[in-house]
Design a protein around this ligand. Structure first.
Ligand code: HEM
Length: 316
C-alpha cells in the first residue's frame, strides 16, 4: 500500500515561498485549531500575512510562550543535573551536548533542544487527545460497540485493577475498535511533506533531488482495495472470523519509514490505557442522542479535527 500513497511535486515554490527548506508544513506550525483557510494563506503569502493583524499573530505569541516555558524547564534541569542518573529526555540531551561541546557541527546544541522539546509537545498532545475525543464520539454513536467493549473489559480486567499494556492481547475487540477509530479518523491525511535529498529511482519514476513528496495516508486508510467498508466505522476490519485481532498492512496513521511518527508507541499506549480506564468506570452518552453525533471532521486541512460534543459520563 505504501507505494500508492506517494504523490510527487516538483514544487520549488513551497520552499521559495517559505524562504527556507523544511520538512515541516506551515499548517503544522500554525496548529490544528486554526481556522482552516488561514494557514493556506500563510503558506502562499507568508511575508504579507506576517505583517497583517489577525489570529495568526496570537498563534506565534502562544508558541513564544511555550518556548519560554521550555527554557525555564531546561534551566531547572541544568541546575539539578546528575550525569550518572539522567531523569528524562532533557537530561539525556544535555549530557550528549556536553560530550559534543567541542564539535562545531553538532546537532546537540541549545536551540535544537528547545525546538525538539517543543516538537514533542506540539506533535504529542493534540494528536492523541483528538483521537481519544473522536473514539468517545464513535462509542456514543455506536452504543452496541461501547457495550461490547465494556463487556470484554469486565471479563478480562474486571473493575478492581488498572489496565496494563499486557492486557491488550486479551482484548481483541477493544484493540480493533481503537485501531478502527484511528483509521476512520485519518488524523493526518497527508502526513508531513518530505523532500528528496538526492535523485531517487522509484518504480518507473525518477524523483529529482529537491522534489517535495506528500505521502497521502488518506488514500491508504480509505482504500477500497484494502478495507471491506472503507467509509463506514467497522471494527471487523481488524478482526478475523474467530474474533482474534488481525493486523492490516494498510494501517498507516503514523506514516512509515525512517521519519515516521517518533511517538507511535507512546501514542498507542496512551490510547489504550486512557480509553480502557474510561470505559471501565463510565458509560458515555450525549444529550442529543447517538444520531446527533457527526463523525465527519469539523475541519479537514493538515489535520482532520473531530467535532466537539458535551459528553455525559455516568459512573457504572
Ligand atoms: C494518535 C496520535 C498520533 C498520530 C496519528 C501521529 C501521526 C504522525 C504522523 C503522520 C507523522 C508524520 C510522519 C512522517 O513525516 O512521515 C508524525 C510525526 C511526528 N510525531 Fe506523531 N502522531 C501521534 C502522536 C505523537 C506523539 C504522542 C508524539 C510524541 C510524544 C509524536 C511525535 C511526533 C514527532 C516528533 C514527529 C516528527 C518525526 C520526524 O520528523 O522524524 N506524535 N506523527
Amino acid at each position: 500500500p505504501w507505494e500508492q500513497v506517494i504523490i510527487f511535486f516538483k514544487t520549488l515554490p513551497f520552499q521559495q515561498v517559505l524562504g527556507f527548506k523544511t520538512t515541516i508544513s506551515p499548517y503544522y506550525v500554525l496548529g490544528n485549531n486554526y481556522v482552516a483557510f488561514r494557514p493556506q494563506l500563510y503558506n502562499i503569502f507568508p511575508s504579507v500575512m506576517h505583517k497583517l493583524p489577525g489570529p495568526h499573530q496570537t498563534v506565534f505569541a502562544g508558541i513564544d510562550q511555550i518556548r519560554d516555558f521550555i527554557q525555564i524547564k531546561i534551566r531547572e534541569h541544568k541546575e539539578t543535573l546528575d550525569p550518572s542518573s539522567p531523569r528524562d529526555f532533557i537530561d539525556c540531551f544535555l549530557i550528549r551536548a556536553h560530550q559534543e561541546k567541542d564539535n562545531p557541527s553538532t546537532e546537540f546544541h541549545y536551540e535544537n533542544l528547545v525546538s525538539t522539546v517543543l516538537n514533542l509537545f506540539a506533535a504529542g498532545t493534540e494528536t492523541t487527545s483528538s483521537t481519544i475525543r473522536y473514539a468517545l464520539s464513535v462509542l456514543i454513536k455506536h452504543k452496541d460497540i461501547q457495550e461490547k467493549m465494556q463487556e470484554e473489559i469486565n471479563t478480562v480486567i474486571g473493575r478492581d485493577r488498572c489496565p496494563s499494556m499486557e492486557d491488550r492481547k486479551s482484548l481483541p475487540f477493544t484493540d480493533a475498535v481503537i485501531h478502527e477509530a484511528q483509521r476512520f479518523l485519518d488524523l493526518v491525511p497527508f502526513s508531513i511533506p518530505h523532500y528528496a535529498l538526492k535523485d531517487v529511482s522509484f518504480k518507473d519514476y525518477v524523483i529529482p533531488k529537491g522534489t517535495i513528496i506528500v505521502p497521502l495516508l488518506h488514500s491508504v486508510l480509505k482504500d477500497e482495495k484494502q478495507w471491506a467498508t472503507p467509509f463506514s466505522f467497522n471494527p471487523q476490519h481488524f478482526l478475523d472470523q474467530n474474533g482474534n485481532f488481525k493486523k492490516n498492512p494498510a494501517f498507516f496513521p503514523f506514516s512509515a519509514g525512517k521519519r515516521s511518527c517518533v511517538g507511535e508507541s507512546l501514542a498507542r499506549m496512551e490510547l489504550f490505557i486512557f480509553l480502557v480506564t474510561l470505559l471501565q468506570d463510565f458509560r458515555f452518552s450525549c444529550s442529543g442522542g447517538p444520531n446527533s453525533i457527526d463523525l465527519i471532521p469539523e475541519y479537514s486541512t493538515f489535520a482532520n479535527v473531530p467535532r466537539s460534543y458535551d459528553i455525559i459520563a455516568i459512573p457504572r
